[in-house]
Design a binder for this molecule. Sequence first.
Ligand SMILES: Nc1ncnc2c1ncn2[C@@H]1O[C@H](COP(=O)(O)OP(=O)(O)O)[C@@H](O)[C@H]1O
Ligand SMILES: O=C(CO)[C@@H](O)[C@H](O)COP(=O)(O)O
Length: 491
Amino acid sequence: MTQRPVVIGVDSSTQSTKAAVVDAEDGTLLAVGRAPHTVTGEAGARESDPEEWWSALARAVADGLRQAAVPPAAVTGIAVAGQQHGLVTLDPAGRPLRPALLWNDTRSAPQAAALTQALGGPQAWLARTGSVPVASMTAAKWRWLTEHEPAVAERTAAVRLPHDFLTERLADAAVTDPGDASGTCWYDTGRAAYDPELLALIGLDPALLPAVAPTGATRVGTLTRAAAEALGLPAGVAVAAGTGDNMAAAVGLGLGTGGLLDHPVVSLGTSGTVFAATRARPASPGLSGFAAADGGYLPLGCTLNCTLAVDRIAGLLGLDREDAAPGDGLVLLPYLDGERTPDLPHATGLLTGLRHATTPHALLGAAYEGAVFTVLRALDEVLTACGLDPADPSVRDRPLRLVGGGARGRAWTETVRRLSGRPVVVPTATELVALGAAALAAAAATGADPVALAREWGTGEGETLPPVPRDTATWERIDGVLDRAHPLLAG
Ligand SMILES: Nc1ncnc2c1ncn2[C@@H]1O[C@H](COP(=O)(O)OP(=O)(O)O)[C@@H](O)[C@H]1O
Ligand SMILES: O=C(CO)[C@@H](O)[C@H](O)COP(=O)(O)O
């Protein structure tokens, strides 16, 4: 039997690299290779070594190919989707000068606030970039570096995001894409180009930045000899421009201008995100107004405390993550890493409502509720950014697509159902980011439209869980506590 072509979609996210090995003709997921990442730092700091991402990518690809038992010669394309916003600083030889400052590193909060003021306030930023600087945005991280480690900033020969650092290692092409570029706060989402005035304000030389590839089926080159050797693949494999992880999840779900628009997605990983693919350019103060990978837009709310925070609380309680009961009058805001949505970078976790009768299981359930509430709180703003009325019954009944590692857990899916009151679609395939990257890889190899391809493959299809009555009492209890505790959490 002749070997069918396969493509590799890479998800280089906060905690690990996942490499999906996919049949390029019908989208069958043949295997997922994995390799973990190390994240270091305390008191707001979060850093990872980009060299570890590169070695993890090689290990995950090798693991995936071994599991799928396909010969390397069958691989025709590869694409990387990466955790967004991280600041990678390189020397002239392309070696990292220091560990990357990650999206959930909140030390850059003062720099974000100063940048917001320097341009004349939030509205001025929304008009230019679609987003207001918060600690996560790469612009704030570059300012932090120039203030705290000026010698490193001075020696920096290239600035990259996580996914374009890896793409450059694959194809020796200094290139990013509009989706990931829109998470920097130096990219104008209206003009689809870097904003020279903003770069001057931020103090970043545009010559340090990669080119921005056009949207869609962008092939930026082929694997270099060195990359081919490191990955055990043939050198002619097409390399796609890739994108940010949330943008790739949208592609994998078949959402975009060539697919389904204005349908909400919730992703439960290290970050909790809520987003939708839409045609209208978003500019809402509480959201990030990202570009999508396909020429449309991706308004998105992102929390810093999702699966990792709740797992930590389960660990403190000595419970398995599924040993949760409803919060029973408790409110637990698990803001262990500060918070981004709402913008409370100095916040810590908060617990109220303890009684003699409180059980550890209810405490864990309250942590799920706090994390899910915080993500879902941004849902109406996402729908409004899509031009929809969240109160309209047809909009209110739109199912939530649930992805990310947490979507595999019953406590997560049940808490999302209970606090949203919506039907929930859990795609059968896990690893939607890697599958979206695989569609980008296949598109780079063949010129097809990646979103249309993912729809053809059916990677976003899955079981629909019917709605359950919305637990408005719990919602309002948490909302009231967050409101009253705001001054305390703002630090
Ligand atoms: N079966 C499961 N049930 C609940 N949570 C899970 C399960 N498997 C993985 N997770 C959670 O998924 C998280 C990793 O999800 P992922 O989306 O890969 O994260 P990231 O993209 O941030 O690296 C882990 O923190 C873990 O808590
Ligand atoms: O900062 C954002 C989105 O703006 C995060 O969603 C990162 O992109 C990291 O994602 P995960 O590693 O949690 O998937």
